[in-house]
Design a protein around this ligand. Structure first.
Ligand code: FAD
Length: 548
């Protein structure tokens, strides 16, 4: 049973204005937003011995001199970079600023295989792309006409792509969908799967750059943190595990596993959706029903990279991706990426496979040797003419079992709404929530965490300063739908924010008809994004409806 003895004796707690729970992207950005508004009295409380959260790396294998390589266990790409003169992904801005080494991911650099070896089914990639331009329009129709969401399977199928028992088509669909979202089309929202894609790849750009920086991808976040934290700053509590969070309309008390506590005027909880779903932190009082419902509704996916180093590069060193279609099982070690390729870690002889969802859970539950044997069997099928040696290094993380993340990143299930998501984001009393999962526009991405951390920091800064410096994102509390409606339950009228029509978009956009609910235009990364304002407008409309 949880004990709250520290809270009973608050005089012994360390005092601060803002307790930031978690030192991932959202937490570090929230603290930066406070610092930018001259609020220096905050504490960042982080489980791990370093900042970065799910942007996490480790050492793996070794080079010819015996020095280990650094590989990313979590986030690996800057996704959607930006176009000349247009909005730029803030992570890309910082990656450039802090010289993070990266290479363009060329998705055309792909070879396809099945259980008999190399088989060219790349034409299916084109087929799927053609289908995409149809189903994204259909998703747009559903959104603009405020119609019921479907699952992605229905969207893909109605647009004409029906893989059924064609395993090559299944592999292609996995590459196009599951690989990005960590969920199958059956498990994913059609409308918000498409808007989620469009917000990033049509607003910024469709380019993804893969990070191979030997300092680790979090080098940029450390750079950001160093602008307001001194070396060994006592406001950063590393290796500190939060167990209890007591909140009220006058403050928040945070208790750690060693019994120590922090008493704050406000707090921002940036723990992942997986952490919230696994009840590892006790909230006092219990989170309200509307909050619990939203936490239970959204999904936490698992994305697993399995690294292998060999004593030679027996695959084509000039190709970035290798797609494998299992004869029996969709998503069975489908995507392989070479790190031995120029621009990555040439000469490293490292290749890694990726699985998601149920396949991740399956391999997380088995030992390394069993998984290694499965991978070797697949490689021998893909390269029947090669005498493949045993790997000299092998490793994969178990994200769904990791106690500070419980999964990789969030996804929207079919049939949910923006309103349900706003409840995931809304504060309870003086406890705020931020992270990739609270971003309706950029959930699952580093930049989602960045925008959300900044907004939460700015809102609290507005509360503390008693003046709203940042009028664009708004200050103060977020709205929960219950707070507006005065009750929980189904909303009587659809309240989707206005979205742009295709004619509003710059002509230079690659596929101008894709759907978005954020207006396009230059985004200055020093300014917040305005989704919340649009949502607030939607909520105002809902209040009018309910009053009527
Ligand atoms: C395998 C994988 C691949 C990914 N690939 C990409 C990619 O290529 N591109 C991309 O943009 N995004 C990618 N992502 C998503 C990206 O990593 C996340 O969106 C982002 O890092 C989330 O940041 P956050 O601050 O919201 O959460 P987190 O990074 O989870 O930060 C929360 C922090 O809270 C801490 N914490 C949790 N519990 C406690 C506790 N009890 N006490 C104290 N501290 C606690 C954690 O240690 C963590 O540091 C990937 C993620 C994974 C796991």
């Amino acid at each position: 049973a949880p004990t709250f003895q520290s809270r009973d004796n608050n005089s012994t707690c360390r005092k601060t204005s803002v307790a930031i729970l978690g030192g991932g992207v959202a937490g570090i950005t929230a603290a930066q937003a406070l610092s930018n508004q001259s609020i220096s009295d905050f504490l960042i409380i982080e489980y791990n011995g370093d900042i970065g959260g799910r942007m996490a790396h480790t050492t793996f294998g070794q080079d010819a001199d015996g020095n280990p390589y650094v590989v990313e266990l979590g986030a690996n790409w800057v996704q959607g970079l930006g176009v000349e003169g247009g909005p730029e992904n803030p992570v890309w801005t910082f990656a450039k600023q802090y010289n993070v080494s990266n290479t363009y991911s060329d998705y055309e650099s792909i070879l396809t295989y099945n259980e008999t070896g190399p088989v060219n089914y790349t034409y299916l990639l084109d087929d799927f792309e053609d289908t995409w331009s149809i189903f994204e329009q259909n998703a747009g129709t559903l959104l603009t006409e405020n119609r019921q969401d479907q699952n992605m399977r229905a969207g893909i199928s109605l647009a004409g792509f029906k893989p059924k028992n064609n395993m090559a088509a299944q592999a292609v669909e996995w590459w196009e969908w599951d690989w990005e979202t960590s969920y199958s089309p059956e498990e994913s929202s059609f409308i918000f799967g498409i808007t989620g894609y469009n917000e990033t790849f049509y607003q910024f750009s469709e380019e993804n750059n893969f990070v191979v920086d030997q300092r680790g991808f979090n080098a940029w976040l450390k750079g950001v943190a160093s602008t307001y934290l001194k070396p060994n700053d006592t406001r950063l509590l590393l290796s500190t595990i939060v167990t209890d969070v007591a909140y009220s309309d006058s403050g928040v008390t945070v208790t750690m596993d060693d019994g120590s506590c922090v008493q704050a005027d406000y707090a921002i909880c940036t723990f992942s959706l997986g952490v919230l779903q696994n009840d590892v932190v006790v909230f006092e009082p219990e989170l309200p029903d509307w909050k619990e419902t939203s936490i239970a509704t959204f999904q936490m996916g698992t994305y697993t990279k399995i690294f292998m180093q060999f004593n030679e590069t027996f695959w084509d060193p000039d190709t970035q991706f290798f797609l494998y279609a299992s004869p029996t099982t969709r998503g069975y070690y489908p995507v392989w990426q070479s790190l031995s390729t120029e621009g990555f870690l040439p000469g490293s002889n490292i290749i890694f496979a990726t699985v998601v969802g149920r396949e991740s859970y399956r391999i997380e539950a088995q030992d390394d040797e069993t998984t290694k044997a499965e991978l070797m069997e697949v490689l021998r099928e893909m390269f029947p003419d090669v005498d493949i040696p045993e790997p000299i290094a092998f490793m994969y993380p178990r994200w769904s079992l990791t106690p500070w993340s419980y999964g990789s990143y969030s996804n929207w299930p079919p049939g949910t709404t923006l309103e349900a998501h706003q409840n995931l984001r809304a504060n309870v009393e003086r406890l705020y929530f931020a992270g990739e999962h609270t971003s309706a526009a950029y959930y699952g991405f580093l930049h989602g965490a960045w925008f959300e951390g900044r907004e939460a920091g700015e809102r609290i800064a507005g509360q503390l300063a008693k003046e709203c410096v940042n009028v664009e994102s708004g200050c103060g509390y977020y709205m929960s739908i219950t707070r507006i409606m005065g009750r929980s339950g189904f909303l009587p009228a659809p309240m989707l924010p206005r979205h742009t029509s295709s004619t509003d978009r710059p002509a230079t956009r690659p596929r101008p008809n894709r759907l978005s609910f954020i207006e396009h235009g230059p985004v200055d990364v020093s300014r917040p994004f305005q989704l919340s304002q649009k949502m607030d407008a939607a909520f105002t409309r809902s209040r009018l409806v309910s009053t009527e």
